[in-house]
Design a protein around this ligand. Sequence first.
Ligand code: HMG
Ligand code: MG
Length: 297
Amino acid sequence: SLPAEVTIWEVGARDGLQNEKEIVPLEVKLEFLRRLADAGLVVLEATSFVHPKWVPQLADATELLAELDQAPGARYPVLVPNARGLDRALESKVRDIAIFASATETFAQRNLNSDLDGQFGMFEPVVSRAVGEDIAVRGYLSMCFGDPWEGPVPVEQVVAAGKRLLEMGCFQLSLGDTIGVATPGHVEALLRAFVAAGVGVDKLAVHFHDTYGQALANTYTALRHGVSTVDSSAGGLGGCPYAKSATGNLATEDLVWMLEGLGIEHGVDLGALVETSRWMAEKLGRPSPSAVVKAMG
Ligand code: HMG
Ligand code: MG
């Protein structure tokens, strides 16, 4: 069966822009977020309170939130890795945060300067303090399918790490295919393993990068298994600067086109979204990789 409605978790302004070679000007980021909200998106991941030297592309997080005109009813989550990040997010009056763990040892080191076990020690006080302040905390888990240094990642390893994030107090777990190597059979196996381990699909979201062109097939598989929150980025922007070979996310346009055809409610004006991605592509100086943007543009 398929869900009647899907929540699109738009990550273009964060996952999309964290990987750009040129730093995108603050005014362009603000207009991007405004246009995305105007197109009907209601969850807009806005930026990250990470170390500015690690991700200079998002070093303007405080300024961005100060100047952002938040659309009524929309949520603007931000990434927070540690206590310092949470301090900064709280100063900016953030109400939704996401922590981001790795399912593998190597990526925990590369992305967080920690290790597989140590990362949980970093996140635990962040989650408990945030939850105490009534802030919703999402948990991302990266490298759920394959890791560029370690190869395929065992399903049990992913389930064990994911459960720790949920037990810590995350309201939702987003399963990241950081480098875009997942295929539908693997997605099905992982979702089944979570359910067998007592995690309801209502707690799970999916986050596919489209390196091998499987993001939409993987998403459809997840929908068939009852997942109803899907991460995507307008125009298919995205990638992680600390993950070798990571490319853009599933394009929100491609997702919306499929949801439309399936009769699943999504709340997005596809024409306005395509127009936004064309505008953004012009600002970035290269065409969007999204098939739907190309077809409708
Ligand atoms: P570290 O260098 O080990 O930090 O980095 P530290 O704790 O040793 O602190 C060193 C200095 O940095 C200190 O300053 C801290 O105050 C400062 P000093 O006392 O020396 O003057 N500092 C900070 N400053 C501002 N904001 C902060 C912060 N933290 C420490 N938050 C750290 C550890 C986790 C901070 C670093 O590794 C980091 O920022 N990593 C983030 C990398 C990142 O953002 N990656 C991309 C996002 S993940 C992703 O894209 C995947 C996802 O899309 C899902 C998927 O696709 O799989 C989510
Ligand atoms: Mg990502």
